[in-house]
Design a protein around this ligand. Structure first.
Ligand code: ATP
Ligand code: MG
Length: 654
């Protein structure tokens, strides 16, 4: 523990100190990746608490993911400021809603809807609109978009037309399904994910007494990753504030990557206009990454265009020189994954811990080939972060079994063996093996969760030699309450969206081809810019080692027709700078009209737009190399978002 409030400021640079000591009035920090924004606001809260200026219970810190919230709580505890609420918008809202429901609405809070897609299908059937599988997902996505953007069913057709949305069905039909879905949900007495924020906003707006209670509890607000706040979240924040200006926000417009959910950097960029007296601090020193990684990140930003680009902040690395980022091209995806696995093994042999390594990809479907390659190379990995560890079904079940066993062994004859032995015995009675399964995917993932529990039991027994199984169960309950998950010792496999705010010693950004990053459905300039920002987020996660790779075909023996991502042009050795290739280099490596047989018109691959000449490919309407599931990519992004938020709510992942 720092021994005084002032000691909390040690280890901050002058600008970060300015943030940490500006405890009154509005504060806005605009700064690039790795400049210590999250650190500055964490120390700001701790400094305020330690100096006796902020009461811990009066502070609400909002972060983007449950994992980030957990990390912030841990850090605050270390700085002597435990007891501060650090949550996501959703979990903060859910807690308030649960608390106020009986008083503000009456009765018990409805259950959270678990099978949303099924209910949308039912709403479709009742509206006599048949939807195929893909349409069902897309319509569900549209309904979610409507809800986060506060678009009611009647307005949807007009809004969809105005905003040029890529609609999966006739907007009037979607509006009908949406209205029926809402009705069905009400009839069944359940609420969905998006309702949590909507209802909290509604209650705070309509019930001044409830709003007053919330406002008297929370006096100070801190928001991390403010560039990705949605209008609904912003509304909630304003209701919490109730006209006060005790708000500190931090963000980086160059890291806006959730616009597809309605999020916008406008609130961040307009902060000064909203609060002309605000303290605005810019941070430029990058403490996370080496000059090599920072150089690449700056190079990427230099090519950015659009609104966020106007606010880009050049980073200056504070670290010693490190290895050059590596660029690697492979003939196919399995070769790319094997290459990454090989390099990861080397890093591990050099002493890098697996938990300090991450493989980041654009869509979740890309993870499978890496799971396989890492399993083949004997490298431990985790598919998810430690997020919502105690909510995982296997961990919940294990907890129940251990509780039962603890009760059964309450008799102090206590020959049941050590705590870890008892935990192992209980788990193996349900089929858990001490050796990892050979396969990959969900089975392996479950095994890793339970192995983490066993490790926790070992650490617990080492720290508290005389403790019983019942003591361990009590420890688990306490950890679950504090969302204090055990660390899972493995390489992280995660999507670029999920990597936000995190950092690792070694980062592999994989699958960098046209069609994957930028993703095929990114068509407008703004969408392509958001894809570039995703790469910027990925690259800036690396402290030391950074590897960028791509594969020319999907599977071995493919045509090798893929091209490296345009975002690497001018950065990777031997590539011409952006624009030098001419306009034809633009949209997805498209070579329209060349090489196709003269038919009535060329048949284009529906994924990459390339002219098809092979009869088999023409029949498929896509290149053999192009993934068949890319039309699910938008759904993938939404699912990613929902999963993050579902975890924040303690719901099972979508
Ligand atoms: P992102 O935009 O990716 O969320 P950030 O601006 O929030 O990044 P942090 O995560 O707070 O950056 O900090 C990045 C890394 O630099 C962390 O490991 C942090 O501990 C370290 N760091 C930040 N400030 C300092 C400092 N003044 N001295 C030493 N290390 C620092
Ligand atoms: Mg941060």
């Amino acid at each position: 523990l720092p021994d005084s409030a002032d000691a909390v400021l040690d280890g901050l640079d002058p600008e970060q100190r300015a943030v940490a000591t500006a405890l009154r009035g509005p504060v806005c920090v605009l700064a690039g990746a790795g400049t210590g924004k999250t650190r500055a606001i964490t120390h700001r809260i701790a400094y305020g608490v330690r100096a006796g200026i902020l009461a811990p219970a009066s502070v609400l810190a909002v972060t983007f993911t449950a994992r980030a919230a957990g990390e912030m709580r841990g850090r605050l505890r270390q700085l002597g400021a435990g007891g501060v609420q650090a949550r996501t918008f959703h979990s903060a809202a859910l807690r308030q809603l649960q608390y106020f429901w009986p008083r503000a609405i009456g009765g018990e809070m409805p259950r959270l809807l678990e099978r949303k897609v099924q209910l949308v299908a039912e709403a479709g059937a009742r509206s006599r609109i048949r939807l195929d599988r893909n349409e069902l997902r897309d319509v569900t996505g549209e309904i979610e978009w409507c809800k986060v953007t506060q678009t009611v069913p009647e307005d949807y057709p007009a809004v969809a037309a105005k905003t040029g949305r890529d609609v999966p069905r006739d907007p009037a039909e979607i509006a009908r399904i949406y209205a029926t879905y809402e009705q069905l949900k009400r009839d069944r007495g359940s609420i969905d994910f998006e309702d949590v924020l909507l209802l909290t906003v509604g209650v705070l707006q309509d019930r001044p007494d409830v709003a007053d209670t919330v406002r008297s509890q929370y006096q100070h607000f801190v928001v991390d990753e403010y560039q990705d706040v949605s209008p609904l979240q912003q509304r909630l924040l304003e209701l919490w504030l109730g006209g006060r200006d005790t708000l500190c926000v931090v963000g980086d417009a160059s890291q806006t990557i959730y616009s597809f959910t309605g999020a916008t950097p406008d609130f961040l960029l307009g902060f000064r206009t909203r609060y002309p007296e605000a303290t605005v601090v810019k941070l430029v020193r990058d403490y996370r990454s080496t000059p090599q990684v920072v150089g690449l990140a700056n190079g990427l930003l230099a090519q950015a265009r659009g609104q966020a680009a106007a606010h880009r902040l050049e980073l200056v690395s504070q670290r010693e020189a490190g290895p050059e980022p590596s660029y690697a091209e492979y003939p196919d995806e399995p070769a790319e994954a094997a290459g990454a696995a090989r390099r990861i093994r080397e890093l591990m042999d050099e002493g890098v811990r697996p938990s300090e390594i991450a493989v980041l990809f654009r869509i979740n479907a890309q993870s499978e080939v890496y799971e396989q390659a890492l399993a083949d190379a004997g490298v431990p990995y985790q598919l998810r972060g430690a997020e919502r560890f105690f909510e995982r079904p296997e961990v919940r079940e294990a907890g129940m079994l251990l509780r039962g066993a603890a009760r059964a062994s309450a008799d102090p004859a206590q020959d049941a063996g050590s705590v870890p032995e008892q935990v192992r015995a209980v788990l193996s009675s349900r089929g858990w093996a001490s050796e990892p399964p050979t396969g990959s995917g969900a089975v392996r993932d479950r095994w890793e969760s339970l192995a983490a529990l066993v490790r926790l039991a070992e650490d617990f027994a080492a720290a508290r030699p005389g403790a019983t199984l019942a003591d361990f169960v009590a420890e688990l309950d306490e950890r679950a309450g504090a969302q204090h998950a055990p660390t899972v010792e493995g390489v992280t496999l995660a999507s670029l969206h999920a990597a936000k705010g995190l950092e690792w010693d070694a980062v592999f950004v994989v699958g960098l081809t046209e069609g994957t990053l930028p993703i095929t459905h990114a068509k407008t300039d703004e969408q392509v810019e958001e894809e570039r920002r995703l790469l910027y987020v990925g690259v800036t996660r690396a402290r030391l080692h950074l590897s960028l790779s791509w594969a020319l075909s999907r599977s071995p023996g493919g045509r090798g027709s893929r091209r490296p991502s345009r975002f690497l042009d001018g950065l990777r050795p031997g590539s011409a700078p952006r624009g030098a290739r001419g306009a034809a280099g633009g949209a997805g490596g498209v070579e329209r009209g060349s090489g196709g047989r003269k038919r009535r018109g060329p048949v284009l691959c529906r994924v990459c737009g390339r002219t098809l000449s092979d009869a088999g490919e023409i029949k498929l309407m896509r290149c053999e190399d192009c993934p068949s599931d890319l039309d699910e990519a938008l759904y993938d992004r939404l699912r990613e978002w929902r999963t993050t938020q579902a975890r924040a709510l303690g719901q099972p992942a979508y």
